[in-house]
Write a protein of this length. Structure first.
Length: 471
């Protein structure tokens, strides 16, 4: 059963989180209900395992038999030997959640029985065994899935299991046929009702355990040592008769202080944007909060030791003032990065960097020779990768444009004409590899761990869709 809710955003894969008011998500996972059939086998296996492995308590009672009087009965050593849901369907219910319907299921139950009666007409105390079979057991289970405390919450909305047309075979040593018929009649209704209640109780327990797991799940997914992606649930999931959609907050934070959040608002996006069976939707909020976290967490703060002769052609005044001098180039984001997603241009990530040229002297002191500002516009991409552990969302930056400006100079006038070419080398060899190393590590998404056949990338104004077809 737990496998079913891997499709909800994940159970056993279906995150330390703060409760949020209902707001638009930065990430969204949507899936056609028709794809759920691939999970039926595992869901049934989980239910069977729960039912077959759970001991069933003994049961006793009494029943009035005309003329004879009140017969006391006890059933013990009750075992559901097999339960085969041969005809099952897993679907979604509009406004509710998931539904599993099965019909014509096979069931085989074995038990020990004892009946006793003391009256002026007849007395007996007999024991024996019984084998109960049916090929017509029906079940309907609905699990309502909602948001609670920024996590998914699961509750059993419909819990029906009915054993139809029982065939009861009673055996005992040397007792009259009429008494066997009485035993058979005694076992029919009470044992049927008791077994149905036991199965319903086990399914209820399974969903309670599921809800406990969902509420306890860690919703901060680490990316490296500094960043984390908040995949808590900012609003209720959407269920229709044809698909379901799971929203994730999709907000990047600094792992050491996840309570600090940027003042950025996500715009609404549709549940589906492509005709593929699965859509992963990402909007600008995802990238804008990533840009904020990179800045706030000083993730792109770098120091490169070099000699001033590296800049001999690009910044002649630097080399003239400090020829062949050891120096440190400090690179950092000067403000949070911003993203734009458009149908025409895809994803563009704008970053403002500060570059500090510090001259290092032999006595251990240093002096600031030059400070530059650099605006870099990256083209960014997102992709989905199959891994042994699941489906990973990975990113990279590719082509870019850059423009430099002089913020402070202690070496005289610096021309940015020659400088822009040299800084592209800095971006290509230092900054870009750092960003791609970070984003390329990927985040495992709480979605079904299926093999991907193809991914269809589509850009719209304000958001991106990754349309997935599973193998």
């Amino acid at each position: 059963m737990a496998k079913l809710f891997a499709f909800c955003g994940c159970v056993a894969v279906l995150l330390v989180s703060v409760a949020y008011a209902q707001q638009n998500p930065g990430l969204k996972f949507s899936m056609l209900s028709s794809t759920l059939n691939s999970a039926v086998g595992q869901v049934i296996a989980d239910i069977n395992q729960k039912i077959l492995q759970t001991p069933i308590p003994d049961q006793s009672g009494s029943a009035g038999i005309p003329i004879l009087g009140k017969v006391k009965w006890t059933v013990s050593n009750i075992k559901i030997a097999s339960l085969d849901f041969t005809d099952s369907a897993l679907t979604t219910v509009d406004g509710v959640g998931f539904q599993l319907v099965t019909s014509n299921a096979n069931a085989h139950i074995t038990l020990d029985w004892e009946v006793s009666l003391k009256s002026i007409i007849v007395s007996f105390d007999e024991k024996g065994t019984a084998s109960i079979k049916t090929t017509n057991a029906d079940a309907t289970w609905q699990v309502a899935v909602t948001e609670a405390n920024a996590h998914l919450s699961a509750a059993l909305a419909v819990n029906s299991f009915v054993l139809n047309n029982l065939r009861i075979h009673v055996t005992a040593d040397d007792i009259p046929r009429w008494l066997l018929e009485i035993v058979t009649a005694l076992l029919d209704r009470p044992v049927k009702r008791y077994l149905e209640q036991q199965v319903q109780s086990e399914v209820q327990s399974l969903v309670v355990d599921l809800n406990t797991s969902l509420q306890a799940m860690n919703t901060l997914l680490a990316l490296g040592d500094v960043l984390a992606l908040d995949v808590s649930y900012p609003q209720n999931p959407v269920f229709t008769s044809s698909y379901y959609s799971i929203p994730w907050l999709g907000e990047w934070v600094v792992a050491a202080d996840p309570t600090v959040r940027p003042n950025i608002t996500a715009v609404a996006m549709p549940d589906f944007a492509t005709n593929d069976t699965v859509n992963v939707m990402v909007n600008e909020f995802f990238f804008d909060t990533l840009g904020w976290a990179l800045w706030y967490g000083n993730v792109l703060s770098l120091e490169e030791e070099m000699s001033t002769d590296v800049w001999k052609l690009a910044i002649p005044p630097l080399y003239k003032a400090y020829p062949d001098q050891n120096m440190t180039l400090g690179i950092s984001l000067s403000q949070q990065a911003n993203a734009t997603i458009s149908a025409a241009n895809g994803i563009q990530l704008t970053m403002e960097f500060a570059l500090d040229y510090d001259i290092d002297f032999a006595n251990g002191t240093s002096t600031r020779a030059l400070s530059l500002g650099m605006t870099v516009d990256f083209d960014a991409e997102l992709a989905l990768n199959d891994t042994a552990d699941g489906i990973s969302l990975v990113g990279r930056v590719s082509t870019f444009t850059a423009k430099a400006s002089v913020l402070e100079s202690n070496i005289g006038r610096v021309s940015t004409t020659l400088l822009n070419t040299a800084l592209k080398t800095v971006i290509s060899t230092i900054i870009k590899p750092k960003i791609n190393s970070l984003l390329g590590a990927g985040i495992l998404l709480p979605i079904p761990n299926e093999r991907i056949a193809s991914v269809n990338v589509q850009y719209e104004d304000g958001y991106q869709a990754l349309g997935i077809t599973f193998v």
